[in-house]
Each structure stands twice: as structure tokens, then as C-alpha cells.
Design a protein around this ligand. Structure first.
Ligand code: 3PG
Length: 311
């Protein structure tokens, strides 16, 4: 990734803060819109392997168009770049499809409550796979994260094992994605926007055959007839919206990753989940029990304690 420190000195601290605030606000807003349309689509057309493929296809098409028309300068990449990107793309693909499968089975808010445990996965993977150790407060902060998520899961009114496991797999995959991309991008000069574009293209190539194998054209055609009969042509616009917003929120998040440390990024990501959880509960009238909300609040508080302990 481009060095973060290069940008800071040429801008005043105030201007830099303003820029980051704008990135964060845009990222969260785009993410909320994506989550709403994604769930509307999955309710009407429950084929998460196809919808996650379409999200990647839309982003890839948008970026290929931007490069072809020179709206965005295409990155200069070599075979080495794509080789290093491969494990990142595998992890991104698994994390993306697993989260979408999860959201097709449970409430958006539940998926995101479980996904707020991503820092705990990060610490455990770093500890057991990379042998990294952390100060005691970091480990202690995992207790409310894991405890809060467990409380939210056992008190979830519409618990579903596939939905739960999808969110857990997504957490694990995204931790590996972050580790691989940190390793792979050291010293490379591809901007956040183009890096995410390349990631989308490679993930699309990886995911397409699996989507065909898991669901396939016959299921899609039958489901499509049903969706059109029940919802009408609007479902086309919902699919377009979830695909465009999926690309845009990820693009903005990768652009902001260029400007900030991974730690600030993960705090931003947790705050993003709060906006998604709250807005999706309101929009979809998700039933929540007080003890369930308490579990979510403890888990999110835990991720803040984690970021403090890590800082
Ligand atoms: C996806 O479909 O990739 C997930 O919704 C991603 O979730 P996240 O970007 O909020 O981790």
C-alpha cells in the first residue's frame, strides 16, 4: 500500500482530520445502504452465491470502464503483484460469500453483531498461527467481545446455525485477508482504489465457478420468476443498488486505509457496524430482546476496550 506517512506532512492536521472524517462518514453511509438493499434482495431472491458474485462483477465492470476511459489511471501491475494478491483474493472471496450466506439466513443486525468479534479472531489467529503475543489487557478485552457475542447469539430470536457459522467464517477469512494484504502490499505503489479493484476482479474469477456449482442457472431462473412475481421489476434495481454500493463502500474503505493505521481502521469498522445494526433493526423491524441488545452492547464495548488496549 502507499505509505501513510507520506501524506500527513503536506497537509495540516485539521485538514487531514477533516478528510478522514469525510472518508469515514461516506464509508458508513455507503455500507448502511448496501446492507439494506442486500437484505431486501436476499429476502426476495435468496441466492447469496449469485448476489455476492454480482457485487464483485459490478465493481469489476465499473473499474475496468474507469481504466478504459482514463477516468482513473490503471495500475501498473506485474505477474508478481497478482501472485501476491491471490491469497488475499481467496480470503476476500470466502469472507464476502460467507457474510452474504449468513445474511440470507439471519437478520442483518445479528450477522453484524457476530462480525463485531473480528478483533478477537485477529488476536487469536496472530497468537496461534503467527506466534505473536499481546499485552494482558488485549487478551482481557476479548472476554467482553466473546462473552457479548455469545450472549447475543444464545438470546437471538431467529437463531440459525448457517447464519451464525457464515458470520464466524467471514471473521476468520477477513483476518487472514488483512494479514495477507499487509504482507503482500509492503512497498508496492498501487493506490487503495486500484488495489481494491484488482482484488474484486480476482475474487470474481475465483467465485464464479463456485457460485455456479453451489446454486447454478436452473435455481436462479426459478428463483427469478418467483421474485419477479412477488416483488415485481423493482428487484432489478435493488440488485443494481446492492452491487454498486458494495463496490463503493469497499472502495472508500480501502481508500481510507491508505490514510490511516490499521488500528484506526478497525475502530472505524466497529463504529460502522453500530450504524448498520441500528439502522437495519429500524428498517426491517427486527425483533430484539433487551438481553440480546445487552449482548451486542457488551461485544461492541469490548471492541473499543480492545482498541484502547492495542493502542
Ligand atoms: C460482505 O458481503 O463482504 C460483507 O457484508 C462484508 O462485511 P464487512 O465489510 O462489513 O466486514
Amino acid at each position: 500500500k502507499e505509505s501513510k506517512t507520506q501524506v500527513v506532512p503536506v497537509q495540516s492536521e485539521g485538514a487531514q482530520r477533516l478528510k478522514i472524517s469525510i472518508y469515514f462518514a461516506t464509508w458508513w453511509a455507503l455500507n448502511v445502504i448496501f446492507n439494506i438493499y442486500n437484505k431486501k434482495v436476499l429476502n426476495a431472491f435468496p441466492y447469496p452465491w449469485l448476489t455476492s458474485t454480482l457485487s464483485l462483477a459490478c465493481g469489476s465492470a465499473m473499474m475496468l470502464f474507469s481504466w478504459a476511459t482514463r477516468l482513473v489511471e490503471a495500475p501498473k501491475t506485474d505477474l508478481d503483484f497478482w501472485k501476491v494478491l491471490f491469497p488475499v483474493a481467496v480470503a476476500h472471496t470466502i469472507g464476502h460469500v460467507a457474510a452474504t450466506v449468513s445474511m440470507s439466513k439471519v437478520a442483518v443486525s445479528f450477522t453484524h453483531i457476530i462480525k463485531s468479534a473480528e478483533p478477537a479472531f485477529s488476536v487469536l489467529v496472530s497468537r496461534f498461527f503467527l506466534g505473536e503475543t499481546f499485552p494482558i489487557p488485549v487478551y482481557l478485552s476479548l472476554l467482553p467481545i466473546i462473552g457479548g457475542c455469545a450472549l447475543a447469539a444464545v438470546t437471538e430470536l431467529n437463531f440459525n446455525m448457517v447464519g451464525f457459522m457464515g458470520a464466524m467464517i467471514s471473521n476468520l477469512a477477513f483476518v487472514f485477508r488483512n494479514i495477507f494484504s499487509k504482507r503482500g502490499m509492503k512497498g508496492k505503489s498501487v493506490s487503495g482504489m486500484n488495489y481494491y479493484a484488482c482484488l474484486s476482479i480476482m475474487s470474481l474469477v475465483i467465485l464464479t465457478p463456485f457460485a455456479i456449482a453451489m446454486e447454478g442457472p436452473q435455481m436462479w431462473a426459478a428463483g427469478w420468476q418467483k421474485a419477479l412475481a412477488e416483488v415485481g421489476p423493482n428487484v432489478v434495481w435493488w440488485i443494481a443498488a446492492q452491487s454498486v454500493f458494495y463496490h463503493l463502500y469497499n472502495q472508500v474503505s480501502y481508500m481510507s486505509l491508505d490514510q490511516i493505521s490499521p488500528l484506526t481502521f478497525s475502530i472505524g469498522n466497529t463504529m460502522k457496524r453500530i450504524s448498520v445494526i441500528v439502522s437495519s433493526i429500524i428498517i426491517f423491524h427486527t425483533p430484539v430482546r433487551a438481553v440480546n441488545a445487552l449482548g451486542a452492547a457488551i461485544a461492541i464495548l469490548g471492541t473499543f476496550l480492545y482498541s484502547q488496549a492495542k493502542a
